[in-house]
Design a protein around this ligand. Structure first.
Ligand SMILES: CC(C)(COP(=O)(O)OP(=O)(O)OC[C@H]1O[C@@H](n2cnc3c(N)ncnc32)[C@H](O)[C@@H]1OP(=O)(O)O)[C@@H](O)C(=O)NCCC(=O)NCCS
Length: 200
């Protein structure tokens, strides 16, 4: 059985090849991918290759990307956990949304769902996140849902030949438990891929 998470207005599940057309449309906007090392998408082969890569990363316990589906409007973007360190029980969250979904409930609710996944289902103690220091929208969006900005990691991300600084954010398990994010009801169906169930 597949794995999914359902919140008040969204469902998250691993992307499937059938989702490629929706991802192509959402990420063909250069504003959406402006801060990333990839994109914008121009042809269906690109989201198809991404979806195939996700399947391998899930099997190996490297990265757990999930398609965000709005119950009324359909696919909205991607959120996922990566950079797992099971010994220290930490990982990183990253999100992108189609521009029509910016400034809506989707970022807040999907972050709450992925926090439930990380803290409750996968036993993490810390979820971190990055933003480009010039990406004020992403920086504010992380702070608005309770992530603390902890500093700047210099030349952390490579985009082609350029090395970029990032803001590093974190939310600790105890902070999540006390936050409004933990109050958003999330129901899971199926079991997360076994490679991610390693925290001890
Ligand atoms: C990052 C992203 C997921 C955030 O979702 P969102 O729906 O846009 O976020 P929200 O609207 O909830 O929050 C954005 C906040 O930034 C504020 N904001 C918007 N534009 C801003 C700007 N240019 N400067 C400063 N703040 C800005 C908003 O007022 C809001 O703050 P508030 O919650 O205090 O009102 C979404 O914008 C996105 O997908 N961007 C493209 C991909 C990306 O950059 N991902 C992050 C990579 S680190």
């Amino acid at each position: 059985m597949g794995f999914s998470l359902t919140g008040p207005s969204l469902t998250l599940r691993p992307p499937q090849p059938d989702d490629a057309a929706a991802l192509l449309e959402l990420a063909s906007d250069s504003e959406v991918t402006r801060w990333f090392s990839w994109g914008p998408y121009t042809e269906i082969e690109q989201p198809l290759a991404y979806i195939e890569r996700c399947a391998g990363q899930r099997e190996r316990g490297e990265q757990l990307d999930l398609l965000i589906i709005d119950h009324e409007l359909g696919p909205a973007g991607i959120t996922g956990l990566s950079e797992f360190n099971f010994r220290d029980r930490r990982c990183i969250v990253g999100t992108w949304l189609g521009a029509d979904f910016w400034g809506t409930h989707v970022n807040r609710e999907s972050k709450a769902m992925v926090a439930h996944l990380g803290f409750e289902l996968l036993g993490m103690n810390r979820i971190g996140s990055y933003s480009n220091p010039q990406n004020e929208r992403s920086t504010s969006a992380l702070e608005a849902v309770g992530y603390s900005r902890e500093g700047v990691l210099r030349q952390w991300h490579r985009h082609g030949a350029r090395y970029l600084d990032v803001n590093i954010f974190g939310m600790l398990r105890e902070e999540w438990l006390a936050s409004e994010q933990a109050e958003i009801e999330v129901v899971s169906e199926g079991t997360p891929p076994s490679a991610f169930l390693q925290a001890s």
